[in-house]
Design a protein. Structure first.
Length: 500
């Protein structure tokens, strides 16, 4: 062993049956392990780690990753590619069964920060060439990237809308992301079922002024031809887990971490203890627990001799997503891209089989439902579902609002600036991959590389806090400064919503 240098949901019966089917197919089959050549550098530190783990008894790994969703599995794959031995531990029965399974799985590039655009553009190339990225055998069952494009609608009379448009266009041009500006006539030509009346500011259905036109219209849409969505987010997590397994990664299911073991000085992690009393020894622990990551973070620092110097934390955020039938004769599978509509506070997209998926852009009139713990989630659908569907019905008047609610309640792992934490911590060899649910699905192929680069560099002596690392971007070009994901950063100036 060496250190190289280089959801929760309330679903109808059909949805529950679908999830059971997805669970059945998500059993990881026994795969041939691809041997990984050991590097010849960092051997002294690795040998010390190996002796420490062996002395404690039990099986040891270089890295234990808490969580086996999309992000945790991407981390496992990239760490194995660098030669680290890894074990993912997850309380769920299969890959991506937690918050990943509730993701709307959007691939988009309209961010208000240039670095976020650059990261999303890099991630897109992983989804566009998914089999190649995974190194998957030809017979593999893989998720599919539906490249339907994406459109961000703009109402020029609304300063917030026009400012956001200017920022995403400027950032896209700087990165070189293909995009076009569609005027109202082009929007109507491509999607004749749209009503381009502006209804801002966003209101709730109970407001007497809900549905009252503002006296203006949607004036423009910013079109990204490379946008789209992944058709099966849970299968995407399974694909990553199987790829990591082919490289020799291990996974342990239905296993809850109850304690993070520290050294005698309380300054560094040495592994984890599970609910069944078993101990897994490792020199490194990575927190990729999604909505549970804040609880895992607290668990790590309980009883440690070092203080937590984080300036940014994540917290579980309850959201609802609506699934409804497409409007009659709209053919949205053929005509609708992924839509971001700040004028009504929603995003919406097609789903194969004549369905629409609708989620919130967190408008100011809606309360954000933060939880102290994921277990507090209300699994039922509420008036939040009602507001989502009725708002989209303003934009698409032919939409038929169902008599009964179908969709899910889910959890995001949210930071105050909607930017994730990808960083080491003040507790030795404990790393955070937090704040990822909500808007990081598209970045998974890059997030694994960020994790592996961070761990490899820091464990070989690099001081990331004083000299932040940079990740070379193979497709977007240049390097991405990882200080934007620092635990000690000041909150970034973003849209203040899932849009980032």
């Amino acid at each position: 062993q060496y250190f190289p240098t280089s959801c929760c949901g309330n679903r109808n019966a059909g949805c529950r049956a679908s999830k059971r089917a997805m669970l059945s197919r998500a059993r990881l089959s026994g795969s041939r392990v691809w041997p990984v050549a050991a590097a010849t550098v960092g051997a002294t530190r690795a040998a010390q780690l190996q002796r420490r783990c062996a002395a404690a008894g039990g099986k040891s790994y270089d890295v234990v990753i808490i969580g086996a969703g999309l992000v945790g599995n991407a981390c496992a794959l990239e760490l194995r590619r660098k030669g680290f031995t890894t074990l993912n531990v997850d309380a769920n029965p299969s890959p991506g069964y937690g918050s990943t399974s509730s993701s709307s799985s959007l691939v988009r590039f309209a961010y208000s920060l240039e670095d976020s655009c650059r990261l999303a553009w890099e991630g897109f190339h992983g989804w566009a060439h998914w089999a190649d990225y995974l190194g998957a055998p030809h017979s593999s069952e893989l998720c599919s990237f539906q490249q339907v494009g994406s459109v961000t609608l703009v109402a020029d009379h609304d300063p917030r809308s026009s400012v956001f448009r200017n920022r995403i266009v400027e950032a896209s041009e700087a990165v070189g992301i293909p995009h076009e500006k569609w005027d109202a006539a082009e929007l109507k030509r491509r999607m004749p079922y749209l009503d381009l009346t502006s209804y801002s500011p966003v209101r709730r259905v109970c407001d007497d002024l809900f549905g009252e036109p503002s006296g203006h219209d949607i004036s423009q849409g910013v079109w990204y031809p490379n946008g789209g969505y992944v058709d099966d987010p849970q299968l995407a997590a399974r694909n990553l887990a199987e790829a990591a397994t082919r490289h020799g990664a291990d996974f342990r299911w239905k296993s809850q971490v109850t304690s993070i073991i520290k050294d005698a000085a309380g300054a560094s992690v040495q592994g984890v203890m599970l609910k069944d009393g078993s101990v897994v020894h490792s020199g490194i622990v990575i927190n990729a627990a999604g909505p549970h990551s804040s609880a895992v973070h607290k668990l790590a620092f309980d009883g440690s001799a070092v203080g937590d110097d984080s300036n940014i934390h994540s917290q579980p955020l309850r959201v609802e997503v609506a699934y409804i039938p497409e409007p009659p004769e709209a053919r949205i599978d053929e005509t609708m891209p992924v839509m971001f509509d700040t004028d009504i506070g929603c995003y919406y997209r097609p789903q194969k089989g004549g369905q629409m998926v609708i989620g919130s852009l967190e408008p100011e009139c809606d309360e954000l439902h933060f939880l102290n713990a994921p277990e507090e989630i209300n699994e039922g659908l509420t008036d939040e579902w009602t507001n989502l569907v009725h708002r989209v019905a303003l934009r698409i008047p032919s939409l038929r609002v169902p008599n009964s609610a179908t969709g899910l309640s889910a959890l995001y792992d949210n930071t105050p600036d909607w930017t994730p934490i990808y960083d080491r911590t003040s507790l030795g060899r404990f790393y955070s991959m937090r704040g990822t649910t909500g808007n990081q699905f598209k970045n998974a192929p890059v997030v694994g590389r960020i994790c592996a680069h961070l761990v490899e560099s820091c464990e070989n002596g690099h001081d990331h806090d004083s000299t932040p690392l940079e990740l070379p971007l193979h497709h977007a070009g240049g390097n991405l400064g990882l200080e934007i994901f620092s635990r000690m950063r000041k909150p970034a100036s973003t849209s203040g919503s899932v849009l980032g």
